[in-house]
Design a protein around this ligand. Structure first.
Ligand SMILES: C[S@@+](CC[C@H](N)C(=O)[O-])C[C@H]1O[C@@H](n2cnc3c(N)ncnc32)[C@H](O)[C@@H]1O
Length: 322
């Protein structure tokens, strides 16, 4: 462990990068992503595992390392310290990364989005993502955001609650939303125990691990507007790629994977973006690029055995036309 890994940051919670998060599908992501020298966007740098692999595989590549989470950027700075002259860090959402000065100056050779949350975020009770007992309902990836999960549960309309719970595939979304509204009328939902109690009241039995995980995941996706970031971010990053540049996305939730799949398919359709009924033949048009992964790439058993968070991972890659 280096001194910087032991040192405490301003936030007081710096942890060694190797404990922060074990990156998933690294070899597979690199095999699609790295083809040429240039500037790469890691839009979800987390503990820096994928960014480290980019720097290691390509001596003349540079990385714009982006995350919404201050603790992630601290961990990534430590992990990437030996290649610091080739990395720039930015605390922002990847949906804004195409407007970063480096990207305005130079189109991207490639971009990687490894969606969702890191092990660090999930495992630390104080970050409030977990359904383990006694956790404050926080769930903010960006610690400066004003809206915690508890605030969302207190303020959202019943319709918003249903939409977020349904979109994130929580069990019994309408009944859950109704129960949340009823419960907050007498006492706010502040902790993981409060939310699990609501779920168990709806189910009328003890909730299983998978049911709790789906509820907490749906709430997290809503609180952080993860679907909005992905929907806006994908085309913005595509436009920031240089010709021949590759976009790789790893998702962990079927809703996210469906968005990525549809976007890549639409962009590979020659008539993409044209209003219907124009007097042009598809054969005369050029697609924006092509899908590199016919099927999503999943983690091999060797990886899922040692890292259970790799199990739901789905990797898709797309190349912009040259
Ligand atoms: C699965 S982890 C990434 C792990 C990383 N690839 C590594 O090697 O350690 C996901 C990270 O993405 C970040 N994140 C999620 N949505 C984001 C967004 N819209 N913009 C920027 N960062 C985001 C989270 O804060 C988290 O640190």
């Amino acid at each position: 462990m280096t001194t910087s890994q032991r040192r405490s940051s301003g936030s007081g919670h710096r942890v060694p990068a190797y404990e922060y998060h074990a990156p998933v599908l690294v070899e597979q992501a690199m095999s699609y992503l790295i083809e040429r020298d240039g500037l790469y966007l890691d839009g979800t740098v987390g503990g820096g595992g994928h960014a480290e692999a980019i720097l290691a595989r390509c001596a003349r590549c540079r990385v714009l390392a982006v995350d919404r989470d201050r603790e992630a950027l601290d961990a990534a700075r430590d992990r990437l310290s030996s290649g610091a002259d080739r990395v720039a860090f930015a605390r922002m959402s990847f949906r804004e990364a195409p407007r970063h000065p480096l990207v305005r100056e130079e189109k991207l050779a490639g971009a990687l989005l490894d969606l969702g949350v890191s092990s660090h975020q999930l495992d630390h009770r104080r970050r409030g993502f977990t359904f383990r007992r006694g956790a404050r309902l926080d769930m903010r990836m960006d610690q400066s955001s004003p809206l915690s999960a508890a605030d969302f549960l207190a303020d959202a309309t019943r319709e918003e609650l249903v939409r977020v719970l349904r979109e994130g595939q929580a069990p019994r979304p309408a009944a859950l939303a109704a129960r949340i509204v009823r419960r907050r009328g007498s006492r706010p939902l502040a902790t993981s125990d409060d939310l699990v109690a609501v779920l168990e009241a709806v189910l009328r039995r003890r909730a299983g691990h998978a049911e709790k995980a789906r509820l907490f995941q749906a709430l997290r996706i809503g609180v952080n507007d993860e679907i909005g970031a992905l929907t806006d971010g994908l085309p913005a990053i595509r436009d920031a790629l240089r010709p021949g540049g590759v976009l790789v996305v790893i998702s962990y939730h079927s809703v996210e994977d469906a968005i990525v799949k549809r976007a890549f398919r639409d962009w590979s359709d020659p008539s993409h973006g044209l209003p219907p009924r124009l007097p042009v033949r598809a054969a005369d048009l050029e697609p924006l690029g092509r899908v590199l992964t016919k099927k999503p790439v999943t983690a091999p058993p060797g990886e899922t055995e040692v890292n259970r968070r790799a199990r739901p991972a789905r990797l898709r890659a797309w190349r912009k036309a040259a």
